[in-house]
Design a protein around this ligand. Sequence first.
Ligand code: ADP
Ligand code: ZN
Length: 216
Amino acid sequence: MIKNIILMGPPGAGKGTLAKMLLKEYDLVHISTGDMFREAMKAKTELGILADSYISKGHLVPDEVTIALVKERLSREDTLKGFLLDGFPRTLPQAEALEKIAIEISRPIEAVINLECDQKELIRRISGRRVCKVCGAPYHIDTLKPKVDGICDTCGGPLYQRNDDNEESLKVRLQHYVVDTKPLIDYYEDRNLLVNFNSLVALDVLFDEISSFLKK
Ligand code: ADP
Ligand code: ZN
């Protein structure tokens, strides 16, 4: 079983949705930098206020801040059982820092799952995305509707639209993806860790494909 995993892909490729499905099946620690920032924003901590000033405009949170956050989380005992990094690394300096941290804590990355998706579909997915305010579960107004309008199936919390899921921020986020994150594809290919998956297929199909890869 592969257990120290990076989930990578452009915004809207389905990282969050897939992560939730994988975590139901596999006992891994979920480390989502986006979720961690959103939690800090909700609690209005110093980190949250700082992160908000970048995230709401579609920009990346500075590397030092993000790396320190992930380092602290990865260093905890529970990541020994395996972890799923979701949304980190997103820049080359982050990937290089992660490589060092992984050596320090003796938990080497075993695979990088790269979700491929075309730009038109990313825009469609993100502009219709709704998220549960309480548990973070993702929905879509056309393709992943809750049973009751505006209410989370899992926890009954209210659904909302993230304030970075608007057209303007999305444009900036996609640019950051191309400029900052896409180079990581070569980085991990060079290290023989990259595995590509087409995220345009149905979610359950994609999940099965990733599952059978992880069980290898
Ligand atoms: P998405 O994949 O849909 O963009 P995330 O929840 O992963 O959503 O991230 C939301 C925002 O949080 C990003 O647009 C970025 O501003 C910030 N963020 C998340 N992860 C990182 C990271 N590794 N480095 C810098 N900023 C990050
Ligand atoms: Zn919920």
